[in-house]
Design a protein around this ligand. Structure first.
Ligand code: S3P
Length: 446
């Protein structure tokens, strides 16, 4: 097990940085590229444990995929009906996205697929995809009657359904939409709140017929997806940028600029929450890249943050950012309350429980609730030995907490960071040591 040692910052964070490519969009680009007819060239593809798991599974399903360099992926798709029965178990590593999205694809195939993963993935709930995929006509088996991995899927002959999601989950929505590509009638998905919309954006780019009205999506019948003519460029990951956004915000005098970040409103709930608390964050150079809104994010530190309440529709729009949001809350004046976030219990770790356990070791005042937490601030954190619980986002959030703490922080179980952000430990010191100058044309305002 590896560990990461963090010393308190002594100076403002400075610099222009690039964070890795978006994890969610990378998974989807590989999957749709594999299902389309023609060659799909994907640039800025995220190299990580989880995205590589998706690529390996697609290869095991018979798709030819080249990776000529670390961030380029070329999928030679042969059409929706060209997959073949894998000769072995499809290993999804620790990736819920891989397992749930590929379950949707496998449900459309008239052969047996078995999906399995790490011990942590084996604990993630799967009834949420098993139920709608069964309703479409697939056979889905798994431990505990399909509630837990491994999953065995035999599909084919699917029918469209009209399905209301019991939770706002982009993975479940995507599994149903992907299965809908193989159905003999249109499929409708209704969301209780807006979750990340990358699947529907990308399905459009590949020529699928998809109608979206409010929180209702309908995917129509189609004989094949077509590879986009031009290169598909993956934006940088807002969820990875989030660690640097909060770090810069909390260190007075900081100014950082994060290039080319995906800013779909379905992902940027954290910005709304932090701005409400008094943060100074700007989006510059807003543009569209391969059907996704992208911007450069500029953060200036040192604002006096006020506590806030988070509940309702914003929760799915910041679902992966609660660990780093909790660090910001420890530095805000008053009681920050998070509600309606029970989904945090079934992420890479039980993020309500693990956040409370680990942040308390650093002196934070945090109380668990069944569907969220309450944090009283501001608190001067103290360095401690903390554990990542196999959860990449918890690990990086604790490292950011370590920058603000008195004394050294050691994050044990650091290797899980490879799930989304293998270079984090190299990038953090670059901004924490102001030797890195601002990019040309930008001037410090601090
Ligand atoms: C993801 C959706 C979210 C998110 C996960 C990635 C995706 O999960 O937490 O990290 O790529 O669709 P849920 O769909 O379970 O909310």
């Amino acid at each position: 097990m590896s560990e990461f040692r963090v010393s308190p910052v002594t100076q403002p964070l400075r610099g222009g940085i690039r964070v890795p490519a978006d994890k969610s969009i990378s998974h989807r680009a590989a999957i749709l590229g594999a299902l389309a007819t023609g060659t799909t060239r994907i640039s800025n593809f995220l190299q990580s444990e989880t995205t590589q798991a998706t690529v390996n599974c697609l290869r095991a399903l018979g798709v030819e995929i080249e990776q000529p360099d670390a961030t380029t992926l070329i999928a030679h798709g042969r059409g929706l009906h060209s997959l073949r029965e894998p000769s072995d178990v499809l290993h999804c590593s620790g990736s819920g996205t891989t397992m749930r999205l590929l379950a949707g694809v496998c449900a459309g195939q008239d052969f047996l697929s078995i999906l399995d993963g790490t011990p942590a993935l084996k604990r993630r709930p799967m009834a949420r995809i098993a139920e709608p995929l069964r309703a479409m006509g697939a056979t889905v088996l798994g431990r505990d009657d399909g509630r837990l991995p491994p999953l065995g899927i035999r599909g084919g002959n699917l029918h469209g359904i009209d399905y209301t999601l019991p939770v706002a989950s982009a993975q479940v929505k995507s599994a149903i939409l992907l299965a809908g590509l193989f159905a003999d009638s249109p499929t409708i998905v209704r969301e209780p709140a807006l979750s990340r919309d990358h699947t529907e954006r990308m399905l459009r780019a590949f020529g699928a017929k998809i109608e979206i009205r409010d929180w209702r999506l309908e995917i129509g019948l189609i004989s094949n997806l077509q590879s986009p003519i031009s290169n598909l460029h993956v934006p940088n990951d807002f969820s990875s940028a989030a660690f640097f956004i909060v770090a810069a915000l909390l260190v007075p005098g900081s100014e950082i600029w994060i290039e080319g970040v995906g800013v779909s409103v379905t992902r940027t709930g954290l910005l709304d929450a932090l701005r409400k608390m008094g943060a100074r964050i700007e989006l510059e150079n807003e543009r569209d890249e391969s059907g996704e809104p992208v911007a450069d994010v500029v953060v200036r530190g040192g604002s006096d943050l006020r506590a806030t309440e988070i509940s309702g529709e914003i929760v799915p729009r910041m679902i992966d950012e609660f660990p780093i949001f909790a660090i910001a809350a420890t530095q805000a004046r008053g009681e920050t309350v998070v509600r309606d976030a029970q989904e945090l219990r079934v992420k890479e770790s039980d993020r309500i429980g693990t956040l409370a356990t680990e942040l308390r070791k650093m002196g934070a005042q945090i109380q668990e609730r069944a569907d969220g937490f309450v944090i009283a601030g501001p608190t001067k954190l103290r360095g401690a030995r903390v554990d990542a619980h196999h959860d990449h986002r918890l690990a990086m959030s604790l490292a950011v907490a370590g920058l603000l703490a008195r004394g050294e922080t050691v994050v044990a179980g650091w290797e899980c960071v490879a799930d989304s952000f293998p270079g984090f430990a190299t990038l953090l010191p670059q901004v924490a040591e102001p030797a890195l100058s601002l990019p040309k044309g930008r001037r410090s305002q601090a």
